[in-house]
Ligand binder design. Sequence first.
Ligand code: KG4
Ligand code: ZN
Length: 341
Amino acid sequence: MELNNRLILGIESSCDDTSAAVLRGTQILANITHTQLIHEAYGGVVPELASRAHIEHIVPVVKRAIETAQVSLKDIDAIAFTQGPGLMGSLVVGTSFAKGLALALNKPLIGVHHMKAHILSHFITHEGMTAPSFPYLCLTVSGGHTQLVVVHDALHMEIIGKTIDDAAGEAFDKAAKMLGLPYPGGPLIDQYGHNGNPMAFTFAEPNIPELNFSFSGLKTSILYYLKKEVAKNSEFIAENLNDLCASIQHSITDILLKKLKKAQQQTGIKCIAVSGGVSVNSDLRAKLQAWQVTNPELSMHIALPSYCTDNAAMIAITGAFLFEAGITHDQQISANAKLPW
Ligand code: KG4
Ligand code: ZN
């Protein structure tokens, strides 16, 4: 499917980022995101606060995206928004706003699946990157999902593996919380892990059949290990923070890599992509690159960090694919926290 030069406004509000983007064809003219820092103090996203913050920020964020793109709202061809999955109170804000704007401007409306958007984020044009070719194998790792997906084309995606408990991002964030780090802890584990030894500590490895993932055993193993060591030395975490972060990070990325490699062998697909917030992780990226270097027949697609974490650019590009396929929605569409695949 070729995307032409249509102008799409994308709106994302599924969790704690309020984001708006303007896309022409596959080129991003603006991608503005307001990240809610209010949740830091609570150790996780507080749904009620998230929804209030979206209400506060959605108008200025969309306004800034339109201004930055130097376009006029009347020139927009369609409005794409995140319909789900996500937090209901957060989704409702973006959905209501998109519906109202589409009605006022008499523009087509397109509801987008947040996880499919993460997967299609690779089609956003950016310097030095080539888009994957179909079919590709995508490891999607975010705060709420961990999936292995065969992307037959933009409209046909098949989940061949997923987590049976926590998501990879959750594993990072929960481990960080045990270390006393604020939410979201994933980026901090990455940061401290840079100066640590990934082999300093070893934690339980899951033994899950097929292409599914599990992180709850690892979480328990980290928790019991920390409890035992802190009982002996109350400064254990502070004294070993870098090594603990490097080791936890290594354990999580190792689980991801093993299943991705298995999926590659089983499917024989040579085009590999990774998406979602955890794909920003430097250790995961290094391992993927190392895998590609030793297997030059593989093409590896790792997006810019700003297109890995939640953003409206990926909603806009997915909207563009749907629009090209003639898929739009009417005013009956509603937010769906558990939007099916
Ligand atoms: O895709 P995303 O922005 O939001 C969801 O749809 O969930 O992913 C957020 C997750 C969080 O769990 C966060 O800790 C994790 O991505 N994350 C990272 C890094 N940057 C974000 N995890 C590990 N290393 C990072 N550098
Ligand atoms: Zn996401």
